[in-house]
Design a protein around this ligand. Structure first.
Ligand code: WT7
Length: 648
């Protein structure tokens, strides 16, 4: 049995909730669900208050999810305007540049001015309520301004992570029919420049993009030269020169879309996860307050990129809805050296640091001296997100970074869930390294077997959610049927997370990872199907199968089996070419770690690739291949085993 750390008494004293208060509030949230959420709905300012709390059906033939649906509000006004009365001079955003000598503090008043100006620039470019706007941005304050400006005028933002390729960007622009892309000349990470504007130029040449894309708004960030298309491109600083620093906030229905965020699934192209306004904000605000036990004056830092849901909910919307000071970091953990995170904590007196296991593992590998060269005395709470945190990394984070003083909140959630669903509360939950522990308010997890039968007690199973919560995604943009098929068909009447989990004798949840064909690479989701279709798009490739394997730093690595066209010779050069090809098709985050050329892939007699076997081979577990009696050609497997490639 693993060690349990009792609740930190000192932390608990000052926390919103202790253990019995958590249990009491949780019970109320389940027993009196609508009353609970009606009360929580008051954490945002409504223009027209809601009278209806919830209208949810998980039935396949009538699937809909609505929260606070007759209320109206503006999300940006909730994140900014309502704080001006008492927090105009308080720092809203601390921005720390890639270059450690550059940082700035943006007050709520300044945030108001900047977002209003940005909103007016968007209006100048013809953006209207309901229009989709794609953001392809560095981690600079303008990314937050742009998101909030969209929210202010009722436009729907779709942020595409700057590490995606021009092709991936193009697909995301056309899928949601964006008329505007907001980008920067270059982004800076670890001293290196990434040519964002050049990627946008390449994307706008791709098929279909011009059907929708009218303009590209460019932030001058690095100041380097970029190519310019005078019929399409606009410098932000030029348009912003003569616009007002006031812009009325559009009245939006609670169920009007706030943003789309693309995420990978087990099949097909990435899905546009759609989140709406009222419920999302209530949920982001609630979870940010309780999971991070956020109190006024705290300095809070989430190290994610705004290109991911973590950046949306826990850099921008949750913290700002709560009037918090949120730190935004442009750089990377190991630049100028691997003490950077802790340097940033000292420089800005950070109280809460929320990061990913992959970063923790990478820093752990660099040894304790770099950590110990910093003070970290301001830290009181640590957080983890994105993938299961292995107990060794948890222990190091706890002992070395937090000096056994700081509770760790291991937060489990998904792009689809909008906010955290399962997590310890720092003043309320005894900690078990590697466990996301207990559900948050209103969340009813359950474990089911392959047939959907609910499993009781301490067991392993598929993780589902019985009921809705306000932050839940509402649909797949433009494809409601895909939403139903993906999440509500595997286990009827419940939301299927795609994750497996174990529940222990204390009712703690331990996420065991995806049970579908989705990989988790450094906390980023990648569909095996996407990488496979990128590979087979190469003219020399006949067939490809992609599986994950355990990777020391990334959590999972990408193992690809590639069958070449008849007569094509495999070579190291071709291997390199295919790696580059995938990077170009999807982006650096999809870089295959291993390519194994295979004359054939293991298939059933009906032609289905048996990934289970490939997974075992990638994991080096040949002795335990399971049932191979349905294989069409058993000899294929021997060849794969004999030619297996190892890591490094
Ligand atoms: C998948 C969702 C939620 C923001 C970042 C990722 C895995 C996420 C944890 C955790 C174990 C985790 C799950 C989930 N995951 N957090 N604390 N412990 N697994 O968002 O890209 O939508 O990925 O990440 O497998 O399904 P995402």
């Amino acid at each position: 049995m693993s060690q349990t750390y009792p609740v930190n008494a000192e932390f608990s004293e000052k926390a919103y909730l202790n253990e019995s208060q958590y249990f009491e509030m949780y019970q109320r949230s389940i027993n009196d669900n609508e009353a609970f959420w009606a009360e929580q709905g008051k954490r945002v300012d409504w223009i027209k208050p809601f009278t209806q709390v919830k209208d949810v059906s998980y039935a396949r033939d009538d699937l809909h999810i609505k929260w606070y649906y007759d209320g109206t509000l503006n999300v940006a006004a909730n994140c900014i305007d309502r704080h001006l009365a008492d927090k105009a001079d308080q720092t809203a955003i601390i921005w720390e540049g890639d270059d450690p000598s550059i940082s700035k503090n943006i007050t709520y008043q300044e945030l108001y001015d900047e977002v209003c100006r940005f909103s007016n620039v968007l209006k100048k470019l013809g953006v209207e309520k309901g229009d989709r706007v794609t953001l392809y941005m560095p981690m600079i304050p303008e990314a937050a301004y742009a998101m909030l400006a969209c929210a202010r005028i009722g436009a729907v933002h779709s942020v595409v992570f700057g590490g995606f390729s021009a092709d991936a960007l193009a697909g995301r622009i056309t899928d949601c029919e964006s008329k505007l892309v907001i980008t920067a000349d270059y982004s800076l990470r670890g001293g290196k420049k990434i040519p964002l504007k050049q990627n946008v130029d390449a994307a706008s040449e791709k098929e279909g993009v011009k059907d929708y894309l009218e303009s590209v708004l460019v932030i001058r960030n690095s100041g380097d030269e970029v190519d310019w298309n005078s019929t399409q491109d606009y410098w932000y600083h030029e348009l912003a020169k003569d616009v007002s620093a006031d812009c009325p906030a559009e009245e939006m229905n609670a169920e009007d879309p706030l943003f789309i965020l693309y995420t990978s699934g087990s099949t097909g192209q990435p899905k546009g996860v759609l989140h709406t306004s009222g419920g999302y904000l209530v949920y982001a605000s609630l979870t940010h307050q309780y999971v991070f036990d956020y109190h006024p004056g705290d300095i809070y830092w989430c190290t994610a990129d705004v290109g991911w849901i973590t950046g949306h909910s826990y850099i921008v919307y949750g913290p700002l809805a709560n009037g918090a000071t949120t730190l935004m970091f442009e750089g990377v953990p190991n630049y100028p050296d691997s003490s950077r995170f802790w340097q940033v904590c000292d420089k800005h007196k950070v109280n809460t640091c929320y990061t990913a296991p992959t970063a923790i593992r990478a820093l752990m590998r660099e040894g304790n001296e770099l950590v110990k060269s910093t003070s970290r005395q301001s830290l009181t709470l640590l957080g983890s997100v994105g993938e299961p945190i292995n107990p060794e990394a948890w222990q190091w984070y706890y002992d070395v970074v937090g000096e056994q003083r700081c509770p760790i909140v291991d937060t489990w959630w998904q792009t689809e869930t909008g906010g955290i669903l399962i997590s310890p509360l720092p003043g309320a939950t005894p900690l078990k390294p590697g466990s996301a522990s207990r559900p948050l308010f209103g969340i009813q997890p359950a474990l089911v077997d392959g047939e959907g039968n609910e499993l009781e007690g301490a067991v392993d199973g598929n993780l589902i959610m019985r009921d809705s919560w306000p932050g839940q995604m509402r649909t797949v943009y433009g494809d409601h049927q895909r939403f139903i098929d993906t999440y509500f068909s595997t286990f009827e009447g419940s939301y299927f997370t795609g994750d497996g989990a174990r529940r222990d004798e204390d009712n703690y949840y331990w996420i065991t990872g995806r049970v579908d064909d989705v990989l988790n690479i450094s906390g980023h989701r990648m569909g095996t199907a996407e990488i496979e279709s990128a590979l087979v798009a190469h003219h020399l490739v006949a067939e490809a199968a992609v599986v994950g394997y355990p990777h020391d730093i990334k959590g999972q690595g990408i193992y690809t089996f590639v069958t070449l066209n008849a007569g094509v010779e495999s070579s190291e050069a071709l291997e390199k070419e295919l790696v580059q090809w995938v990077r170009k098709e999807i982006g650096p985050i999809a870089t295959p770690d291993i390519i194994q050329f295979a004359p054939g892939l293991p298939k059933t007699r009906s032609g289905k690739i048996m990934r289970r076997i490939l997974r075992k081979i990638a994991e080096n577990e040949f002795s335990n291949l399971g049932d191979i009696s349905t294989l069409a050609e058993p000899a294929v497997v021997d060849d794969l085993i004999n030619n297996r490639k190892s890591q490094e």
